[in-house]
Write a protein that binds this ligand. Structure first.
Ligand code: PRP
Ligand code: MN
Ligand code: MG
Length: 185
């Protein structure tokens, strides 16, 4: 559908589905169904986390509510400064709630570490992270995460919510991008 823009399938649709079920089990174990804090609050980080968020929520065996946040890094696009701007904030107060941030990928970790600081200042009862992907070789800051789907090499990946210049999010799998797309050889 995108010609030869996709160089290879890194993680197939089936592998993603299997991993989402595993992560859903892990999450359900951590949070009792009748927690005194009320339903688990999933906070999806737009736009990348859309598919992971909805697929995970459908597999969870504990009652959950869903909120979304959209954030964007300031400054040059080549190196993330770690300074983040809120494009869309949560609609609800999270004080006293069990909050689980749902991310598609931890790359440098700067977005997430900012988000963790921001949300923890709102006094949730607990704050954890689940991410489908992580790039250990790209990490620039230490972030504690409860669940990681796949550790992947430091390559440009797209699909299942992840974009390059807003394209390819709609692919059902995670693929590597042909370098010709972003100007490489
Ligand atoms: C991507 C990705 C993560 C973040 C990870 O989002 O979805 O949210 O970058 O990068 P980091 O660990 O280096 O901070 P992006 O800002 O591209 O927005 P998007 O989700 O709308 O694509
Ligand atoms: Mn994102
Ligand atoms: Mg993006």
């Amino acid at each position: 559908m995108y010609g030869d823009d996709i160089a290879s399938v890194l993680i197939s649709e089936e592998q993603i589905a299997e991993k989402v079920e595993e992560l859903a089990e892990l999450v359900a174990k951590r949070y009792p169904a009748d927690a005194p804090e009320g339903d688990l609050l999933l906070v999806g980080v737009l736009k990348g986390a859309i598919f992971f968020m909805t697929d995970l929520a459908k597999k969870l065996t504990v009652p959950t509510q869903m909120e979304f946040m959209a954030v964007s890094s300031y400054g040059s696009s080549t190196s993330s400064s770690g300074v983040v701007r809120i494009m869309k904030d949560l609609d609800k107060d999270i004080a006293g709630r069990n909050v689980l941030i749902v991310e598609d990928i931890i790359d440098s970790g700067l977005t997430l570490s900012w988000l963790l600081r921001n949300l923890s200042s709102r006094n949730p009862a607990s704050l954890e992270v689940v991410t489908l992907l992580r790039k250990p070789d790209a990490l620039r800051t230490q972030v504690d995460v409860m669940g990681v789907g796949f550790d992947i090499p430091n390559e440009f990946v797209v699909g299942y919510g992840l974009d390059y210049d807003e394209r390819y999010r709609d692919l059902p799998y995670i693929g590597t991008l042909n370098p010709k797309v972003y100007g490489g050889k």
